[in-house]
Design a protein around this ligand. Sequence first.
Ligand SMILES: [Zn+2]
Length: 374
Amino acid sequence: MGYSSVGESANSEELPLASAQNQDGTSRVPNSSEFVACNNCFKNLGISIEAKKIGKQSAAKCPRCGTSDGAKLTGEQLWTLQNNFFLAGSKVSAYYPPPIGTGGAELSSSQFEANTWADYLLIRDLTGVGLFWYGPPLWRLGHSLLREKVEARLKPDEYQWPLSVGQETTLDDLWDEAITVLKPMLLEEGEKIFRARVLAKNRLNAGEYDSPPPGFIKPCRFNDSTHQVFYGALDVETCLVELKLGPSELVRNEVTVARFALKRPLRVLNLCDIVRGDLDQSDFVERMALLSGLLFPHERDYFMTQSFSRHIEKRGFDGIMHPSAFRYIGNVESRNLVIFGSPVKDGRLELLDINAVTVGSFSYDLRFGPAYEQ
Ligand SMILES: [Zn+2]
């Protein structure tokens, strides 16, 4: 099935795909092997491009518009088009669920530009499936009572409630509760770790790739201004992406990457896999919402991740493995590694080599969706 545009498997579960089946299980879509439209049938450029990706080029005349040079689509493919463009394409950000779905309020023409609306009506008529404004559950946006409790303890001046409820529960208790859905992971001796720098002063000095010394620490996602932390990744691409390079760094050869090997095993907390275990659904959702919310690329949440990082170190872990915020786009499994302390200086990491890295080409995989008014 062609749902590739809907997103990687981690997100597709959360996407409320419009159902092309009637209650009794029979298909609402016309005979699925027959072509019913082509990409020329659509007025909106984005819908036409998305249709072309799904359809099949053939010399046959389109049964609807009569042209022969378009990519032809079956009823089932139109349903895929509807999902790709209107559901996956309506997300306000890659890590939020789509506001358009299968339940809620009727869509209206005033929400869309005229071509989009005309094409929506055409697809709806051909698939028999209408779409609605959908109110996504708050936990999908990273909201949970557990999170509010953590926030209330970190910013007591801003929160009256729920600080007053269960006041005896400490911040450490709350973080301990959250991490029951995570597993420790052992990185073996010899595992390769990469760290990239832009404009390193002494490019060939291993120390340049270590955590900054006290006094030079800038607060970041997993460290406050006095917490010494090494940021690396398990592959070069993830390092490069995390540097968020601008045009000047891309054009000049300013990036160097050091490759290290672990001199001894590291025990890290793995944020890449959240495991339900035998928790009941609501407890699991609370914890998952708190933890996955920490991984959204929001600098305003760094006070949370910094506190989390301190707690994990206090619990005896050597570091944290976490997915890149860029996992929402692209298809690489990007894993970042935070190591507490100064692992190059204290001998836990051994330098293997250092290279200059440039970016040879870009390619964007563009996916279209509706522009809409809320
Ligand atoms: Zn056509």
